[in-house]
Write a protein that binds this ligand. Sequence first.
Ligand SMILES: [Zn+2]
Length: 502
Amino acid sequence: MKIVCTEFRQESNSLSPFQSDLAFWRNNGWVLRPEEMRGAHEGSGSAMAGMISEIERLLPDAHIVFGPGFYAQSGGTAAQHVMDSYTEQLVDVLRGAGDIDMILFSFHGALQTTEFDDAEAEVLRRVREVVGEDVVIGVSTDLHAYVSRAFAERADIISGYQTYPHVDFEETGRRAARLTIRKATDSAADTVMAWASIPMIVPASAYNSLEGPFADLIHHGHRMVADGTILDFSIYQMQPWLDVADPNSTVVVVAKDAETACARAGELAQLLYDARHAFTTELSSIDAVIDFALQADSAKPVILVDSADSNNAGAPGDSMAVAAKLLDREVMPRSATVVSDPVAVTRAHRLGVGTTAEFHIGGQMDPRAPQITAQGYIRSLHDGTFRPQVVGHTGDSVSVGRAAVVRFGNLDVMVCEHIAGNGDPQLYRAFGIDPAMYDLVVVKANTSFRAAYRDIAGTIVPTDTPGAASANVADLPFRRMPRSIYPWVDEERTICAEVVRG
Ligand SMILES: [Zn+2]
C-alpha cells in the first residue's frame, strides 16, 4: 500500500480587502516541504496527525509518501499562485511516487482563489488528471467547508469536523483515513458516500455543537453511527463570508449501501434546513454592552464578542470600534481589547516601557475600520509568543509578532503585529492581562472562544460591530452570491441526497 498524505488549508473571506499571497501563508501559517511534514504534524493534534496515526495503526506496512503542507490562518481570497505552487509541488510528488493506492488530503474546504470559487474541487481535478479515477481519495475538512457538487464528485470520502467550537481535528483525520482505507482495501464492503446540497447560509456565531438544535442534529448523527446504521456523517454549515456563485451548505453521509447513505443524508439535511430559523444571533449594541458592564451587579467579566473583526473568519482584526466607544465615555469599565496594528507596535517598541505618547491605532489594513487617537501609556513590550490553552489547531506555540500593551485610562489594548489564537484567553493572559480581572473583555471570534472562555466568562454578549465577518449575513456586500437561497428566500423545501461520485 502506498499512501500520499498532504495538506492545503485556509478559510477564505471574500469580503476582506486583501489577498492572501504566499507571504501571508508563510507569515500566518506554514509552507512545508514533503520532508518536513511528518515532523511538523506527528503528535500535534492536527487532522494530518490523526491520518498518520490511523494509517500506522491499520496498515503498519503501508508506505506513506508525504506531499507538501500549506496552511494559513483565515484571510482574504488566496492569490492564484498559492494554489498553483501547491498543486505543482503535489503533482511532482505524485509523479515521483509511482503506483499510488490512496491520497489523503487535509483541507479546510472553504478556500477561494482569485480564479476559483471552489479551490479544493480544482485541486482534486488537477490531481485526478494525473492519478486517474481509480486511486481512492479521502479528505478531511472543517465543519465550515463549501462542499460543492464538483468537490464531492472527485473525492471518495469526505469527513468534516463534528464539533464547533472545533476540538476534533485529530479524530476527523482518523475518520477520513479509516474510511478511505476501508474503501481502498476491503473489496467485500461497499463504502458509499451520499451528498445533499442545502440552499442556505447562516452566521457562524448562531450555533454550536455544545447545546441547541445544531447539537441535537450532531447527536442524531452520532446515534446512527453508534447503532451501525451509517459509517460516518458530516454536517456542513458553509462559512458565510464566502462570496461564490453557487453556494450551499451540505450533509455528507458514508454508509455500506447507496440507499442508506442517501436516505440518512437526506434526513439530516432536511432537519438542518428545517431548523434554519434557529440559526440567528441576537446582537446587542456596543453601547448597551458597555452600560451592562458598568452595572454593579452584572456577571463579569462581560465578554463583548466582536465576531465581525475575527481574523479566525478572515477579517483583518484591525478594528477599534469598541475602544472608540469606550474612550467616548466619562466613566469606563475596566476593559481589555486586542488589535492588529504593526505600525503602533513598532512605535511602542521605539518609545519604550513607561512612556506616555499619542497613539493612533486601528485601520492599518482596512481603512474603513474604526480607529482611535489618544494619549496612551506603554505598560509592557513583548516578543508576542504564547502557549495556547486550546491545543490542536495552532500547535504548541502561537505568535502574534511583536506586541505591546498600551493603557488608555481604564482600557488596556493588546497591540499585535497580527492577531492569532483569538479564541484563547492566553492571548491576553500571557501578556499580563488576566481576563478574569476585567469588567469587559473584547473577544474577536465567532464560537471558537467558547471552548476556553466558558469557564471564566460572567456573561457572553454577541455584539453588533462593523467588519468583514459580520453576523448580519443578509446585509453583507456580496457581489456574486445569488439571493435565491436562505436567508434571502425563506420557503419550505424538500432536500434530497444523491451519490455523486461515479
Ligand atoms: Zn470552522
